[in-house]
Design a binder for this molecule. Sequence first.
Ligand code: C5P
Length: 408
Amino acid sequence: MRIVLGVSGGIAAYKAVEVCRRFVGAGHEVTAVLTDAARRFVGEATFSALATNPVPEGLWQRWDGGIAHTRLGQRADLVVVAPATADFLARYAAGMADDLLSATLLVTRAPVVVCPAMHTEMWEHPAVVENLLALRRRGVHVVPPESGTLAGGDEGAGRMAEPATIVATALALSARRCDLTGTHVVVSAGGTREPIDPVRVITNRSSGKQGHAIAEAAAARGARVTLVTSSALSAPAGVEVVHVESAADMHAAIAAAAPGADVVVMAAAVADFRPKAPAAQKVHGLPELVLEPTPDILAGLAEARRPGQVLVGFAAETQDVVARARRKLERKGVDLVVVNDVSAPGAGFDHDTNEVTILGADGSVAVVPLTSKRQVADAILDEVVARLERDARDTRDARDSKRDTKED
Ligand code: C5P
């Protein structure tokens, strides 16, 4: 794997030397890109000696038969920035491209991991918090700092994570990249709109952000993705999109896409009820609303599912969150239920962040603390991949034991 190791100017730059050594030791091709400030902390000669390639001088250099500021990012399989200073994070979040590291980050389509390191006051400053949130929203992975001794002998949160943690996290992340290749993943997103008359609808607060993030993450991990969405959010790149309005539309679109799919993730907030007879003309005065239940799309999928298909449901709750979700898991007959406490700060409807618990029918429980919806998406897909792999293993074992019995 071709790794670009970005080093920005903080005292933790000395630990980047160890990160570099570990990546090279694990058999990867490493190019270290140093900012001007980083060069004040650690000499270029150290990285040139340890990395696979010499340290590129800067933006204007030719590199690998092309120009350094585009070629490095284009050819990278992984970019890790350790340490990532407050200044670097601000420049990256703003989309600057005035030095080799920032330009490389703007060009690359590879996964990016940043490892912040700074004083506690800076780490807690709203500007830094917002820059990191913006980067997380764009799919950048963050290895959070630890607490400990900081530059100048101060103590507190902000010390860069240990090199072993950084290397393990970054390598695990890129191993994920292709683990859905060859699969078809269907994702539903957004709140449905149930007509009262041609003007009014019954709907809910779902924005579709979590479902869109799942579609984007599944595509990035190599899946063919069909996104059935009622949301006006723009569609992630490389995803087939079916726009729907009502629960009935969503039912029809899912029924068309799901039978051949390997995975169906019902992240949509499908209305549980709708007006029984929507008026053909605009109602004047108070409408008499008679409601009827909508078909439960997910439960229908579970009844009709083919062996090996993984089904994921969502549960948005405000109290007894996990207990209710566990009952839902059983009632719906699905493999996984992602539980959202939509009353928790920063979680659920319309936020860019989320905090979930993923319950498995096999008794597994995975807690994902508050993070970007994109990272929640990857955590859900990790659970899905574990089930696909287990099914594939079970099928292989069953086939082998059948063959062994025949040969006996
Ligand atoms: O029963 P409840 O609406 O809480 O279940 C939520 C889960 O069921 C979500 O995954 C949602 O997409 C799905 N659902 C469905 N059809 C409905 C209602 C919900 O597939 N009519």
